[in-house]
Ligand binder design. Sequence first.
Ligand code: NOJ
Length: 755
Amino acid sequence: MRKIIYSLITLLFVVSCENSNSHDSEKEKFINDLISKMTLEEKAGQMNQYNGFWDATGPMPEGDYQKKRYNELMNGQVGSMLNVIGVDEIYALQKIAVEETRLGIPLIFGHDVIHGYKTIFPIPLAESSSWDLDLMEKSARVAATEASADGLNWTFAPMVDISRDARWGRVMEGAGEDPYLGSLVAKARVKGFQGTDLSEINSIVACAKHFAGYGFSEAGRDYNTTDFNHFTLHNTIMPPFKAAVDAGVRTFMNSFNTLDEIPATGHIHIQRDILKGDWDFDGFVVSDWGSIDQMIPHGFARDGNHAAELAVIAGSDMDMESSLYVSKLVGLVNSGKVDINLIDDAVKRILRVKYELGLFDDPYKYCNNERSIQELGSDQNMQVALEAAKKSIVLLKNNNQLLPLEKEGKKIALIGPLADDKNSPLGNWRSQAVYNSATSVLEGMNKYKGNRIVFEKGVELYYGKTNFHNRVKLNYNDRSDFGKAKLAAATSDVVVMVMGEEGHQSGEGRSRTNIGLPGLQFELLKEIYKINQNIILVVMSGRPLDLSWADKNIPSIVQAWQLGSKSGDAIAQVLYGDYNPSGKLTMSFPRNVGQVPIYYNFKNTGRPSTSIEQVTNSGYADVVNSPLYSFGHGLSYTNFKYSNLTIDSGELDYNSKINISVKIENTGFFTGKEVAQLYIRDIVGSIARPMKELKGFEMIELAPGESKVVSFEIDSSLLEFYTYENKWEAEDGKFHAFIGTNSDVSDYKEFHLVK
Ligand code: NOJ
């Protein structure tokens, strides 16, 4: 209760300061005038968001809800809609809001534009493996251009949840396990979606989600409880959200989980004290789908009235699909349970974003069929998709130089259920992608005419339709095509096997406890291996899979994720060496699921383990602690040699900078790109510190024999963390700085931060 009163006082103070400071601003004046004309019902209406009447991305209510929603729309009791698709549909609904309702306030139309709209880019986890921030900004820009050309003005992206658990299906939507890289990616994506000016015709509002902690769902089970401490919240989970605010993100979405045993949707401390208080965020917060109502099964709210009261007090400004704000807020204000200032604050935030989009000047500005025809899936956009797909591929292993493939005179057996799949590469959250519209590996490889390709599926991965609500059904007993695949392998020089997850096997509600190759694929892989060991395994998946057996036995492994519209072309270009792979993992790949959660920036513990033989150390009896493939890992067809690590001073004070540098030489035979990574270890802190933290990176390109010195500047701001004093600050003492090709780097230079 004390917290609520404190937050209310803070809020009232903020609201009144804001009023006095910005009275002269045209925007705030316009909004205040409008609010002064609104009835309480209309205010609650602005805070109400409904799903369009089809394409649901969450559980729809039972019964005759459509008519009720339509009536509410006519009465000005809807502020936003999601999942309304297409210029004509959006135009028609906007027309009702603008022309039929008393005040004519335009709707804002949201949709999950996660990795493209019609042109599909690699899933975000894949794209983060490019470590190419300009590219990520560019693909978000294209997605925004297409979505806005089709009538939309708000995306529920980027998802900036840090996750360390490959069992959680939603890792596909994020940028992996690291808060530093995750923050830079968050910024790039927000800038890409929103552009430099939100009122531009091809800018859409971005939404940082899911606030907060959703990526820490226990045991990787979606929607599950989380349990992490206060320091993990600040040092690991919050930084990408803060970065999104710094980049100017205009909306936030809260999350389904509890944190500190309180549902995020009802969490005053994170939404009011941190987001709207400390970070001064003046955009709005939308709930996740039904998450206000879901505070009842959480055991936090008694009923709908109580849930609406708790959510609005906690700073959830817009209700996605619970219908509780529109039905309960008027009563709650009239009975004195909810202060009208809280409602006004929420409405003001929503109207502000609408104003910034320019909707009050022209509510139909995004409704232009010609623009939609021109933009959606244009050749130019597809070129960006191809670039992104190539850059997202990670070469995990390449023994015996099996890759790149020779271009002439070989017989190649192309085997696996995903080799001719034109749908799975589109991944989950594929928005308006046309079914089966990606290029397959078979198509990509067939563009190279010099070799003979024999394709055999070998095994069916799934059957039945998969959409948001259906699960993938796996084939566990039909081995009838094994024989044909084995024959192809026996008579070929090289075997390319394309295996992994069907496109909807990762994503929301797609948690898995077994993260091996699904169905009979693993069995087929082992059977083929008995016949021909010249195997290149191309893994398509929305998460890190358990590839331990493959790593031990298969000479070359390519992580090809779900790469979007141009998947097959990109994979073929990499296999044939027309693009030298440059991607680096942003999530650790475990040796087996028992190691999960696993991440590179772990703490040392009091009993660090150095060998599997040790009993009383923090290790396992059956497997070493290190991951199979570490964060930052990714090979090239060439080799890079790191040498001459140099630091220009062993002492740094709070106002100066020091430099650390390393020489990198291309010692192989191909021109290639390398991401040099700077890690720092803070040896002693007021709280236990990670063994390493990524603090910088640079991508360079080197021709064979060429070398370059890469250097990084270190100042005290780079060493800051959320300390025992509950402050972001650097603590003096000893540090180790490493520069290497991945997070396993061991060569370091020592320096001291001194007062
Ligand atoms: C629920 C998901 O958690 C969220 O990420 C998404 O934006 C909404 N549904 C709307 O589709």
